[in-house]
Design a protein around this ligand. Structure first.
Ligand code: C2E
Ligand code: CA
Ligand code: CA
Ligand code: CA
Length: 279
């Protein structure tokens, strides 16, 4: 808890610094940061509630800034999307994720599926799936080891391109998850036409689930709806055993959250997998 508090203070301090930092400076520093290897991927485990084992990892980018310390993605991804730098950064994130799978294979470890967040800007690139498939074939990894996470809104706002790009991706064996699900209701009627395998229920609903009856009903309905459509369900932001127990009762498939595992660097992640934690 103490560590979390310190982390939060540092984030706030940076946030205040960031508002004073001219956008152009931030832009230049991001470009330089990528060249100087200041970005790093952290990995957060997801657990399968049917057998208790780790079922996958989500890759979450961090920026180890020489002056401001570690900067969380919420502080720079929006700006990177605004300028288009997310195209380069996003490709680096994807490559690093594929390399992580290859590295684990080379070390004789069974690589878990790594879920990579994709920005709506990357989704607009019609060549995206070619870039993805060339990485996968060059590194000789199993495409099933990669999942792409797209937010519900980013798909909704790019319906036509999304349909084409996602179909190409899916045909390569890479699965797709709809992130932050439940925050943009319009898509409920559209998801059946997309090649999606998983929905991730937004953490705001999980947070309110114990106190608010309507949040609890919503979570239960989302799980049932997903199962009716043969989709699997991940609950995000699980922080308490009460939430975990309730999600088990509701037949949720996977959980991800601070209760079961925080985002961690590569080395710590490999150690965690070696301990074979169960939930
Ligand atoms: P997201 O995709 O919804 O990622 C989950 C966020 O929730 C992560 O924050 C994670 O650390 C946090 N989280 C996980 N479990 C818990 C919990 O139990 N409680 C609470 N309060 N939070 C939890 P993070 O790493 O700061 O990322 C924030 C957002 O930044 C992500 O939200 C995603 O939208 C974006 N992001 C992160 N990495 C990438 C990336 O590589 N590419 C792109 N395009 N976006 C990224
Ligand atoms: Ca995500
Ligand atoms: Ca999410
Ligand atoms: Ca989110």
């Amino acid at each position: 808890v103490k560590q979390a508090k310190t982390g939060q203070r540092r984030v706030l301090a940076f946030g205040q610094g960031l508002t004073r930092l001219p956008d152009l400076t931030l832009d230049a520093e991001m470009v330089e940061g990528l060249a100087k290897r200041q970005f790093e991927l952290y990995f957060q485990p997801k657990f399968d509630l049917h057998d208790g084992h780790v079922s996958g990892l989500e890759a979450l980018v961090r920026w180890n800034h020489p002056k401001y310390g570690q900067i969380p993605p919420g502080e720079f991804i929006p700006r990177a999307e605004h300028t288009g730098f997310i195209q380069s950064l996003g490709l680096w994130i994807l490559l690093k994720s594929c390399e992580t799978v290859a590295q684990m294979q080379a070390q004789g470890l069974k690589p878990p599926q790594i879920a990579v967040n994709l920005s709506f800007i990357q989704l607009r690139d019609r060549e995206f799936y070619k870039k993805l498939s060339s990485m996968i074939s060059r590194l000789d990894i199993d495409p099933h080891c990669i999942q792409l996470e797209l937010t519900e809104t980013s798909v909704m706002e790019n319906l036509e391109t999304a349909q084409a790009v996602l179909t190409d991706i899916h045909n390569q064996g890479v699965s797709i998850a709809l992130d932050d699900f439940g925050t943009g209701f319009s898509s409920l009627t559209h998801i059946h036409s997309f090649p999606i395998s998983t929905i991730k229920i937004d953490r705001s609903f999980i947070r309110q689930m114990l106190e608010k009856e309507n949040s609890r009903h919503l979570v239960r309905s989302l799980i049932n709806l997903a199962h009716d459509l043969s989709l699997s369900v991940v609950a995000e932001g699980v922080e308490s055993t009460q939430q975990l127990d309730l999600l088990k009762q509701m037949h949720c498939d996977h959980v991800q959250g601070f209760l079961t595992g925080i985002p961690m660097p590569f080395k710590a992640m490999v150690q965690m997998l070696g301990r074979q934690p169960k939930y």
